[in-house]
Ligand binder design. Structure first.
Ligand code: ZN
Length: 138
């Protein structure tokens, strides 16, 4: 009977321990293939599937970011599956020469910056990928 009580106590503990997932950072090379789920390949050649909110997903499906060294903050939802924090928290950055850079998109016609790829909200021209120092973003 003593054993049973122990298990009950353990179960209760693990239930009450349902705290928000711990924030983690994964680093590696972004692999964005056409039609494939985006993954980050770590230095240990571990492939981790990436997901995020709608704008993050758009960035993750942009072939122009393929091969970039990235650092993504978020948490694992399952082994090998990583959910990136919302885009506006700047959870996904490119490591460019050891410096973190924000992935942005720029329309040189309207001088409008966007944080997801696609046509400019103003003139509908395709925006250009533009990596910016984190300090430059207001
Ligand atoms: Zn425009």
């Amino acid at each position: 009977m003593r054993v049973c009580l122990c298990w009950l106590a353990l179960a209760a503990l693990s239930l009450s321990g349902a705290t928000p997932p711990k924030s983690e950072t994964v680093r590696g090379k972004l692999v964005v293939g056409s039609g494939e789920a985006p993954v980050v390949e770590t230095a240990e050649h571990q492939r981790i599937a990436l997901d995020g909110d709608a704008p993050t997903r758009k960035v993750l499906h942009d072939p122009r970011v393929n091969g970039f060294e990235v650092s993504a903050r978020g948490h694992f939802t399952a082994p090998g599956k990583f959910l990136i924090d919302p885009l506006h928290t700047r959870a996904l950055v490119v490591m460019d020469g050891g410096k973190p850079k924000m992935i942005t998109y720029w329309c040189d016609v309207c001088s409008i910056r966007a944080y997801a790829p696609g046509p400019c909200v103003c003139c509908q021209k395709d925006t250009d990928l533009d990596l910016r120092d984190l300090d430059d973003i207001r």
